[in-house]
Design a protein around this ligand. Structure first.
Ligand SMILES: CC(=O)SCCNC(=O)CCNC(=O)[C@H](O)C(C)(C)COP(=O)(O)OP(=O)(O)OC[C@H]1O[C@@H](n2cnc3c(N)ncnc32)[C@H](O)[C@@H]1OP(=O)(O)O
Ligand SMILES: O=C([O-])CC(=O)C(=O)O
Length: 383
């Protein structure tokens, strides 16, 4: 009698699989998103990014004194050691800056490896502080041959420092640009078991080192189905001169069943609560010197058509795209800025995974050939 194989339930893409407990964030309860119990709107409107970073690492919002000490620590951690500067300069000008981010995480792990003293909290702060400076050091080195100083303004927040280093014009950064960056960093900080955070946890679950977890996560974030969608979205939006052109292209894409980047979400099926917040800043930026009301209007037309035709909402990446563009960020720097922010969430996930570790290793439903007889090399036919 033929033996019946038990039928396995396959969860492709791990859709709906609850893979572990977590106390870091709640995603998709109603339209909600909370970091450690605090609603994203309250955090985005009432905090600087450092408070959120502190919350994700230490589970509580900081007091004023704790925040002051924390900000001082971050400022101290912006410096780029000479060996790292050498490596940054070697990353070719035409590389994608996500290559640079991955390289920085990996190389820093060789000169400042994880030890009992250089522990997971110390490394989290170091990476959150240094990623922005490294990115803009590389940018200016290749753009104009300048080796910029990255840690001159000790009282800068991470957001202000990013805008300062981007512009590098000796002027005080514009307040609206800084506020937009601040809010964006808060919105991008954490999102439960998203692909990159989960990958960081998979790496941590083998008892690997902290830098390896972050490096794995950077590689995962880069793809256009995840963090790379902000770059893909602006490339899509920017090609249109008019709203009508965008509309016609959308209908063509529907016929070809093509994805519209910056729309849809694995968890949020009724809208991403972060989208309207960043959309508000994108709109405010249209009124600034380098504002692009045309891009904003085209984006809104795309949003409206996606809603009326596909019942599909924008995710955080869609309006982040026009916001970042109006901030003057080079297009391929969009996802690296996401890295600067999401390092906080990845760190929280690695720390949590380690605190109650279980090796992450799912099983597959094998659908390959039945067992076959082995043939030695010389006896195999050529077909
Ligand atoms: C910060 C972030 O990472 S947010 C996500 C950023 N990524 C993007 O914006 C990329 C575009 N979006 C997508 O590819 C998807 O919506 C994802 C990857 C985000 C979510 O994917 P899933 O949860 O697997 O959604 P799923 O694929 O089941 O979508 C259901 C249907 O909607 C379609 N669909 C989903 N997203 C889109 C989109 N952006 N444009 C057009 N159609 C879409 C799918 O093709 C599918 O159609 P089908 O039923 O005919 O096959
Ligand atoms: O949760 C996800 O799948 C993707 C996302 O929005 C994020 O990582 O911010």
């Amino acid at each position: 009698m033929e033996s019946q194989k038990p039928k396995k339930v396959v969860a492709r893409g791990l859709i709906g699989v609850i893979a572990d407990d977590s106390e870091i964030s709640t995603v998709g309860i109603g339209k909600g998103l909370n970091y450690r119990g605090y609603n994203i709107e309250d955090l985005a409107h009432g905090c600087i990014f450092e408070e959120v970073l502190y919350l994700l690492l230490f589970k509580e919002l900081p007091t004023r004194d704790q925040l002051k000490d924390f900000q001082e620590k971050i400022a101290e951690n912006r410096y780029i050691p000479a060996k790292l500067a050498e490596v940054i300069e070697l990353v070719p000008k035409d590389s994608h800056p996500m290559d640079l981010m991955r390289t920085v995480a990996s190389f820093l792990g060789t000169i400042e490896p994880e030890t009992e003293e250089n522990d997971q909290f110390t490394i989290s702060i170091r990476l959150s502080a240094i990623f922005g400076p490294c990115l803009f050091y590389w940018y200016h080195f290749h753009k104009s041959g300048k080796r910029i100083e990255v840690d001159t303004h000790k009282s800068d927040t991470i957001a202000k420092n990013i805008v300062r280093l981007l512009k590098n014009d000796g002027k005080e950064p514009d307040e609206l640009l800084v506020k937009t960056m601040e809010v964006s960093l808060i919105l991008y900080a954490e999102h439960d078991f998203n692909a990159s955070a989960y990958n960081a946890r998979v790496t941590a679950s083998t008892l690997s080192d902290f830098y390896s977890g972050i490096t794995s996560a950077i590689g995962t974030l880069r793809g256009p189905l995840h963090g790379g969608a902000n770059e893909a979205a602006i490339r899509f939006i920017k090609q249109f001169k008019t709203k009508e052109e965008a509309e016609a292209k959308l209908y063509e894409m529907y016929k070809e069943k093509k994805l519209v980047m910056g729309f849809g979400h694995r968890i949020y099926k009724n809208g991403d609560p972060r989208s309207d917040i960043i959309k508000g800043y994108s709109k405010k930026l249209t009124e600034t010197e380098h504002g692009r009301p045309d891009l904003f209007e085209i984006s809104e037309r795309i949003e409206n058509i996606m809603m009326s035709e596909k019942k599909m909402h924008p995710n955080l990446d869609f309006y982040s795209a026009s916001a970042y563009y109006q901030l003057g960020l080079p297009v391929d720097f969009f996802t690296p800025i996401f890295v600067v922010s999401r390092t906080s969430g990845w760190a929280a996930h690695i720390i949590e995974q380690r605190s109650k570790n279980k090796l992450i290793r799912p099983a597959s439903n094998y659908i390959g050939p039945e067992p076959k007889e082995f043939t030695v090399l010389d006896m195999r036919s050529k077909i």
